[in-house]
Design a protein around this ligand. Structure first.
Ligand code: SF4
Length: 677
């Protein structure tokens, strides 16, 4: 028996925290432990990270070769034939490409390049469903859509303002920084309709109605201005638009906005006072997944700029990215409106035509939700995403998948989306390939292969497809990264740090920030070097409660699962904790409707209905919560696909709903006042 002990340092494949792990191989067995020396997690892992071994076990369940649909079933083919078929279909159809926040930077770079060399900008990925508003809003306000400071700065602040994030469950290694700040005496404020574990660890819980973030943040801006709590020097030297902003806030009423968001004026005033100190503004999809998502992030940036909390150490704006490499997939240009490095398609075609020696489309491509709506899209090539579960109003998406002329799905596991595929291509997992991921704080990190499976990586398969289309793509991650350095200004000079000999010889994951640790420390990345305040007025969500649908439904995640569960639902230890859809309802609503804990109920919206177990929780009255991880009774059968006009994110976090039980329809009117009422 081979007893040689081998270890490889790499990165957890789940969330955007990007925790370091060590894979030990001995006698053919692999054990995963946390990396004690890693700057993000310093020897800690959350529950998902602790059961990575079960995820490795699940790899045995993968189909062993590509599957081609024939008649009512699939036949096995080899990868070369799969690449040839896919190339042929791409030549013959107008298509949409879906790239992946689970894949490496190098793979995302090649995916978008292939799409663009074929003459289309129809390339997108799941950032559309999480942080597209961050990119559109922060690019406009600050010149860059990225987290401004390293996560460690959260531990240094006087106030942590968390809005729309349950970091204690979804980004536990961010939560450790929040706790450290609190232990040092910082005040923690959490704005969330649910009294989550994050809210329970706060000093002030602003229990807002879903969809009213702009009202809350504008009210805070009004208090900051009226009480002179703003940073005059910072605004004079580094920010434009202050005069116009003053006239905008003069028209606002804190009392009115307080009624809209359901938070007392006194709490809003206290929160405004506290964020005028050195503050970390932490947010996630509870700020972005709205038809007003871009306005929500803009309103938050306004408060951060007014209080001088950007461009300095020990404060900042912290958008928490969901998937492990959603930051990197955006950096690599897996977006219909941007080439790599956030180079706007309309302004940078010539540069990329020269770099790639090709003629490129000048038109902005279709976003992910638009692809599912468009008759122009006849074929789709989906890499490492599961839109059959993750997209808003997913029944509509499944119909589109069924009606495509050709659908190729490339993934580690056979997903719910793969069930609709004409061609399924199984590929290597994160454990079986090399490359880089960029975590939520812009830390670019090496991932390293520690298992040999014989499955091609996404990168290798993309190179093979490109060969059939007449392109000659680099075929190793190192070669691709060299090209990334030429294409992406922010990544220049990182290749040697990440792939250089020293890193290779000591097996370290390697890590380096793009843009330096603190962004905007001298100038903002805007044409005049200044940040800008934008007046954004509160707008109601697309659906409000009425007599037929008297509740507001919001969706989210639980600690034990990740995204659409394609990985976490494979781990026994995690499914033993939670394995099915539930609906959380407030105690008073449950009592009024006679709903008991654990009872099966139906949740119904204008788009569909699901069955779910009732969980009585500490959630705002009139609001329901359903997690979106599960394939049976998926939450997204209910959600609204109305889009934010600027970022094109669907309004996943709020729609009107009702609850029904076997004992009859339950309708309870709830009053959610609108602005001005
Ligand atoms: Fe760290 Fe996120 Fe992995 Fe948990 S899921 S171990 S917080 S990277």
């Amino acid at each position: 028996m081979n007893t040689t002990l081998n270890f490889v340092k790499t990165v957890c494949p789940y969330c955007g925290c990007g925790c370091g792990i060590v894979a030990h191989t001995s006698g053919g067995r692999v054990t995963i432990t946390p990396d004690r020396n890693h700057p993000v997690n310093a020897g800690k892992l959350c529950i998902k990270g602790r059961y990575l071994n079960q995820l490795l076990e699940a790899l045995k369940e993968r189909p062993k070769s590509p599957l081609l649909r024939r008649g009512g079933g699939f036949v096995e083919i080899n990868w070369r034939r799969a690449a040839e078929i896919l190339a042929e279909e791409l030549k013959n159809h107008s298509f949409g490409f879906v790239s992946s926040a689970k894949c490496t930077n190098e793979e995302n770079y090649l995916m978008q390049k292939l799409c663009r060399l074929l003459g289309s900008n129809n390339i997108d990925h799941c950032a559309r469903l999480c942080h597209a508003p961050t990119v559109s809003a922060l690019s406009r306000s600050l010149g860059s859509g990225a987290m401004t400071n390293p996560l460690d700065d959260i531990a240094e602040v006087e106030t942590v303002f968390v809005i729309g994030s349950n970091a204690f469950e979804q980004h536990p290694l961010v939560a450790t920084r929040i706790l450290r700040a609190r232990d040092r005496g910082a005040n923690v404020i959490v704005a969330d309709p649910r009294r989550t574990i994050t809210a329970r660890n706060s000093d002030i819980h602003l229990q807002i109605y879903p969809g009213t973030n702009v009202a809350l943040l504008n009210a805070m801006a009004k208090v900051i201005v009226d009480r002179g709590l703003y940073d005059r020097d910072f605004l004079r030297e580094r920010v434009s638009g202050f005069e116009e902003f003053l006239s905008f806030v003069s028209s606002l009423s804190v009392e009115e906005l307080s009624r809209v968001c359901g938070v007392k004026s006194s709490e809003i005033e206290r929160a405004a006072e506290l964020v005028s100190r050195r503050t970390a503004f932490v947010y996630c999809m509870g700020l972005t997944q709205f038809s007003s998502g871009t306005d929500g992030v803009t309103a938050l940036a306004n408060v951060a700029l007014l209080t001088g909390n950007v461009g300095r150490e020990g404060c900042g704006i912290f958008p928490l990215r969901g998937q492990n490499n959603v930051q990197g997939a955006c950096d690599m240009g897996a977006l219909p409106e941007f080439f790599p490095g956030y180079a706007r398609v309309s302004e940078n075609v010539e540069r990329f035509e020269e770099l790639w020696n090709a003629r490129l489309s000048r038109e902005r491509g279709l976003s992910l939700p638009e692809m599912f709506d468009s008759d122009e899209v006849e074929a789709m090539y989906i890499m490492g995403e599961n839109p059959a579960i993750s997209e808003a109003n997913c029944s509509r998406v499944k119909r589109k998948l069924e009606n495509l002329n050709f659908l190729a799905v490339q993934d580690v596991f056979f997903t719910e989306t793969a069930e609709h595929a004409d061609l399924f291509i199984p590929v290597a997992s994160w454990a079986e390939k090399d490359g880089t991921f960029t975590n939520t704080e812009r830390r670019v990190q090496r991932i390293r292969k520690f298992l040999n499976s014989g499955f091609p990586s996404d990168l290798e398969f993309l190179s093979e497809v490109s060969g059939f289309l007449g392109f000659n793509f680099p075929s190793t991650p190192r070669e691709v990264f060299s090209e990334i350095e030429r294409a992406v200004r922010q990544y220049r000079g990182l290749g040697e740090l990440l792939y250089g000999e020293v890193r290779e010889s000591n097996g370290e994951a390697g890590e380096t920030f793009w843009g330096g640790k603190v962004l905007h420390s001298e100038r903002f990345s805007t044409p005049d070097g200044k940040a800008r305040l934008f007046a954004v007025s509160y707008k109601d969500p697309a659906e409000k409660p009425d007599s037929s649908y008297p509740f507001l439904l919001t969706t989210g995640r639980v600690a034990f699962h990740f995204h659409t569960g394609t990985m976490s639902r494979k781990c026994r230890a995690l499914t033993q904790e939670v394995n099915s859809t539930f609906v959380e309802i407030s105690r008073r609503d449950a009592e009024r409707l006679g709903i008991r804990e654990g009872e099966m109920v139906r949740v119904v919206t204008r788009r569909g209905e699901i069955e779910a177990r009732a969980v009585i929780g500490d959630i705002k009255e009139g609001v329901l919560f359903v997690p979106f991880h599960f394939s049976e009774n998926p939450a997204n059968a209910l959600t609204s696909d109305v889009l934010d006009p600027l970022s094109k994110i669907p309004e996943l976090k709020v729609c009107a709903a009702r609850i029904e039980t076997e004992r009859g329809v339950k309708v309870k009117p709830v009053e959610v006042p609108a602005e001005g009422e």
